[in-house]
Design a protein around this ligand. Sequence first.
Ligand SMILES: Cc1ncc(C[n+]2csc(CCOP(=O)(O)OP(=O)(O)O)c2C)c(N)n1
Ligand SMILES: [Mg+2]
Length: 390
Amino acid sequence: MAETKVKATPSASNSAKKSSNKKTTPKADGATDTVKQPDPVLPPTHDQQPEENAPRATSPAEPQFPKETYLTWYEQMQLMRKFEEKAGQLYGQQKIKGFCHLYIGQEACVAGAVSALQKGDKWITAYRDHAHPLALGTSPNAIMAELYAKATGCSKGKGGSMHMFDKEVNFVGGHGIVGGQVPMGAGLAFAEKYNKTGNLCICYMGDGAVRQGALHEAFNMAMLWKLPVIFVVENNGYAMGTSVQRTSNVTELYHIGRGYDMPSEPVNGMNVEDIHDAVARAAERARAGEGPTFLEFKTYRYKGHSMSDPAKYRTKEELEDYRSRDAIESVRHTILTHNMATEEELTAIDEKIKAQVQESVEFAENSPFPTADELYKDVYVQQDYPYIRD
Ligand SMILES: Cc1ncc(C[n+]2csc(CCOP(=O)(O)OP(=O)(O)O)c2C)c(N)n1
Ligand SMILES: [Mg+2]
């Protein structure tokens, strides 16, 4: 099968990678491609029986990245997982209220992208949004306090689980309207291009969002203006309890980019290395002025849609099958197999994270709620809005 070599990128993306051991990787599947690209090894689609599945995602025979990158991935993904396990417990105790959507199982989708992008890049996603700011460097204290609706939260306690926001790390939310962030992602990329910053925007969405009309308008404009944006669909198989197969004629969601000649490709969302590579290729294209890319991360959430979902619409076998490909376990296995760290050193990282999460709970517990006058702050009001008549 034909493969296309990737060029070395000057960005942070490939500095995370071992210079001596670059593998050749397929280019995105766009109409401009002349070569038929091979399909990467992917987790099963959600209508496949476990026995039909592709080979299990295992640690590579030879690690492609330096030790520091694997250790960073391990620490970031463990922080996401442990933080959210705690958030789930606290929700059960009614310390956290309202909606709460956990990212457990999908951690590689963020960790692999963080290592492939640079500091000034903008990030936007839907309401399953705790992991993104955690990996970008927002303090767990500020995220936990936001879950508690406390004034010290990253959205001043006024956003809650679905509306995390942190300008410091370029995390632009946290959006509750399915697909609402897609045109905003294009707009953020437009600003970067207009201001000639050299930065890009990575815009995440769920599989439910690709059916929204606004996505199609945004894709068209992003291609027309060659905006520096990476659109990512995290296809975890379900929009609430409804599977992709029940709502879409096109089940390989990355094909949707083809209608706009947008370079598009499927990625094994349970494999942090594959995600890094795909995002690095897309970033290189965006920074070279070649415009957007559409990536479909094939992933899975281990928990229900939100805290109130017992997830009865899927089988135990399906869940177990994805758990057996767990990205954190894979990275842990790579680290240990290749002597990048000892069991004791990984345990020390786990202990550090446990303490960080515990500290965030104490911080949130001891923080005040916002005062009543906060109600009228941070509200967008346009005084001369033309259509209001007295
Ligand atoms: C425009 C709009 N319609 C419906 C909803 C209700 N709703 C909330 S989450 C959701 C499912 C979205 O699933 P998906 O995009 O696959 O994301 P996931 O939850 O799997 O991360 C729906 C329909 C909404 N928030 N916004
Ligand atoms: Mg989904």
